[in-house]
Ligand binder design. Sequence first.
Ligand code: SF4
Ligand code: SF4
Length: 87
Amino acid sequence: MVTAVTADGSPWEPQFIRAVDSSECIGCGRCYKVCGRDVFELIENEDDDGDDDYSDDVRMVMTVSHAGDCIGCGACERVCPRNCHQH
Ligand code: SF4
Ligand code: SF4
C-alpha cells in the first residue's frame, strides 16, 4: 500500500488498477477516454457460445495494457457503467 499526500498535505491512498473484468465490459471506451496515463487498450474478445454459426462471437473489451503507468486516480472506476475495474 502506498500513502501519498495531496497539494494541501492531506493523506491520500492511490487505487492502482489491477484488472478489468472482461465478462462485464461492454467496450464503451469511457475508461480509456478518462485515463490520462494511457493504461488501457481495447481488444477483441472471442466469445465461444457453442453454436457454430460464427456470428457475433467477437466483441470489443477493455484490457489493462500498461498497469505500471497507473497513478491510482480512480477516474476509470467512477465512469464505468458496469463496475469492471479491480484496484
Ligand atoms: S486509476 Fe487513473 S491512472 Fe489508473 S488506470 Fe484508472 S484512470 Fe488511469
Ligand atoms: S468503462 Fe467499463 S464498460 Fe466501458 S470500456 Fe471501460 S471497463 Fe468496459
